[in-house]
Write a protein of this length. Structure first.
Length: 182
C-alpha cells in the first residue's frame, strides 16, 4: 500500500511541477513585447547565421551575415526575403512563421500540449496545425524561446537556434517596413 501511495504522490508532484513550468513559459511570453537575438539556421544542412528582432504580433526582421545582404522581413501580413539579386514575397499566413510569431497562438497551444524535456536543458512543445508541424524550444532555466524546427514552404527541414536574447527593447518604427523590389 505504501508503494501505491508513493507512486501517487510522485505523479501528483510531477503534474504540479509540469503545470508550474507551463505557467512560467506562458507568463514569460505574456511579458515579452519584443526580443532580439543572434541566430543560427540550418536548412537541409546549409548553415546561415545573423541577427533578428521579433515584435509580437507577427513581425520579424533578420539580417544574415556574409550572404549577399540577405534580409527577411515580416510586417505581420507579408514575408519578404531579399538579397542583392533576388526578391521573394509571400503571404505570412502561408508560412510556419505565421504561427511561430503569434504569441497568443503559442500561449493557447502550450496550455493544451504536453512538454518534453530535451537534454535536461530545453523544454519542447510539438505543435500540429494544418499542414504545419513545429517544434518550439524554451530554455529550462529562463523560460525564453530559444528555437524552433519546422518544414518550410519548399519542404526544406529548417532548424533555428537563438542566442544572446534580449527582451523588450525600444525598436525603430520602420524596422518591419517591407523593402521594395529592385
Amino acid at each position: 500500500m505504501l508503494r501505491y501511495f508513493l507512486i501517487f504522490f510522485l505523479f501528483i508532484f510531477a503534474s504540479i511541477s509540469n503545470a508550474e513550468v507551463k505557467e512560467k513559459i506562458i507568463q514569460n511570453l505574456k511579458d515579452t513585447k519584443n526580443l532580439d537575438f543572434k541566430f543560427e539556421q540550418n536548412v537541409n544542412g546549409k548553415i546561415e547565421n545573423g541577427n533578428c528582432t521579433i515584435e509580437y504580433q507577427k513581425k520579424i526582421f533578420c539580417e544574415y551575415a556574409r550572404s549577399n545582404n540577405k534580409i527577411l522581413v515580416s510586417n505581420g501580413k507579408s514575408l519578404v526575403i531579399k538579397t542583392r539579386t533576388s526578391y521573394y514575397r509571400y503571404p505570412l499566413k502561408k508560412t510556419a512563421l505565421n504561427l511561430i510569431l503569434d504569441k497568443n497562438f503559442l500561449i493557447n497551444k502550450i496550455y493544451d500540449l504536453e512538454e518534453r524535456i530535451v537534454d535536461n536543458s530545453l523544454i519542447n512543445f510539438t505543435i500540429k496545425e494544418g499542414v504545419n508541424e513545429i517544434n518550439i524550444f524554451f530554455d529550462k532555466q529562463t523560460y525564453d524561446l530559444v528555437g524552433w524546427q519546422n518544414t518550410d514552404i519548399y519542404q526544406n527541414f529548417n532548424i533555428t537556434f537563438l542566442s544572446s536574447i534580449r527582451k523588450n527593447r525600444v525598436l525603430s518604427k520602420n524596422l518591419f517596413k517591407i523593402p521594395v523590389q529592385n
